[in-house]
Design a protein around this ligand. Structure first.
Ligand SMILES: C[S@@+](CC[C@H](N)C(=O)[O-])C[C@H]1O[C@@H](n2cnc3c(N)ncnc32)[C@H](O)[C@@H]1O
Length: 393
């Protein structure tokens, strides 16, 4: 079994023996269902669904939508989807119960850190309006989603993401959950070796995992990170401070940032665009361009787009859109980010997209963690490579 060793920090919820056993069970069951049971859907499709469709229409399904319409009627698909969804919900609940047990002390610790001598900072905005696409959705079935703020000084959403995503990804993001940030930094070094960022912004920092990765890879830069969820930001700040990592966290909507024009050498949006609406993606690109200095770089990482991928694989990857509270997942993976960049005013001759270092590469140091490269999150690319879109100003 993979060693589930997350690096401790002041606000990481610990698990009792029973809680840990339940979390490990759900981790392994989820892996088993995803890797050993769900792939059986291909045989159902090849042997039954495709021939029946061909008989009825005289052709194969044209796209993932036509495949989905047929597959949702298949008992095997219904069973595997139900398994995946139930395990996902049980996994979050298994983390939630350990957070609830420790919540008063987690809140007190985060508060004490925030009120003490800090290397970074935390700026929340009273009366802040959470965008509807975050407020009205529990992304990836996380109870309360990104924006839940259950009580004064709450940190639940951050703790849930930090611990839950570690279990869900089976440790793939690394012991500090910083693999996405480290991988992005490796990509930046490959594509813009001349760029020595002094001031960096991360859009959509959640619990600060990717931000601490960026901080580690660019130790001389001033790091700023924004998100909309207050309980995420309180947690992220306490977490970073407890490791002595200086990061300035701001509650801010990436569609309308309050930073001055040309403030940053590097703006990153890592694994976040698929959580926003289509309109928001256009606005975020515009804002990223505005706050970037001339010569700076805007880098996004995402799961790879659907273009050039066969209809069956698209259908498999699109599971989250319909079953995992990811309403913008399919839209995002069909968007041409080069066109979005052009609309935002970027010079598209400075645009690039494609595969680059992934979390597994970035976290080669976490050798204790088993990495299932082939089947991670429905992607055939796994953690070995990530997909990037970047544009220089
Ligand atoms: C999948 S998470 C990002 C994970 C994080 N970058 C990491 O690697 O640890 C997406 C985040 O984007 C944030 N987000 C979505 N829309 C936003 C917006 N308009 N402004 C700021 N943050 C936003 C969400 O609240 C969420 O925390």
């Amino acid at each position: 079994m993979a060693a589930l060793k997350q690096e401790p920090h002041a606000v990481l919820p610990t698990a009792t023996l029973d809680e840990a056993a339940r979390q490990a069970f759900l981790n392994q069951t989820g892996k088993h269902v995803l890797n050993e049971i769900t792939p059986g859907n291909k045989a159902v499709y090849d042997k039954h669904v495709l021939p029946a469709f061909q008989r009825a229409h005289g052709r194969a399904p044209a796209d993932r939508h036509e495949i989905r319409k047929e597959m949702v009627r298949q008992p095997y698909y219904q069973m595997t989807s139900s398994f995946q969804r139930s395990i996902q919900e049980m996994m979050w609940n298994s983390v939630d119960e350990s957070i609830e047990r420790q919540l008063p002390s987690l809140i007190a610790t985060a508060k004490k850190i925030a009120n003490g001598k800090t290397k970074g900072s935390l700026k929340l905005q009273p009366g802040f309006e959470i965008p509807g696409y975050i407020k009205h959705n529990d992304h990836h079935a996380t109870p309360g989603g990104y924006s839940a703020d259950l009580m004064e000084d709450d940190v639940t959403a951050g703790a849930l993401y930090d611990r839950g995503a570690f279990i869900y990804t089976q440790g793939l993001f690394g012991a500090r959950m910083d693999g996405i940030g480290k991988a992005a930094a490796m990509m930046i070094r490959q594509t813009r070796p001349d760029l020595k960022p002094k001031k960096i912004l991360e859009i959509g920092c959640t619990a600060g995992g990717s931000t601490t990765g960026l901080a580690m890879m660019f130790p001389d830069a001033e790091l700023h990170a924004i998100d909309v969820g207050p309980a995420l930001l309180r947690y992220a700040h306490a977490r970073a401070e407890s490791w002595g990592v200086p990061i300035h966290f701001h509650q801010m909507n990436a569609e309308a940032m309050t930073f001055a024009d040309e403030s940053f050498d590097l703006v990153c949006c890592l694994a976040s665009l698929h959580e926003t609406s289509r309109t928001a993606t256009f606005n975020i690109f515009k804002e990223a361009r505005r706050v970037l200095k001339s010569g700076g770089l805007f880098l996004c990482s995402e799961l790879p787009p659907y273009k050039g991928v066969d209809a069956w694989t698209q259908f498999v990857r699109d599971w989250d859109t319909y079953n995992n509270n990811e309403p913008y997942w399919g839209t995002m993976h069909e968007l041409e980010l080069k066109e979005v960049a052009a609309t935002a005013g970027f010079d598209t001759s400075k645009y690039f997209e494609g595969f680059g270092p992934g979390v597994a590469a970035a976290n080669a140091l976490t050798s204790a963690v088993e990495v299932d490269n082939k089947k991670f999150m429905g992607s055939t690319r796994g953690g070995g490579q990530a997909w990037y879109a970047g544009v220089s100003k």
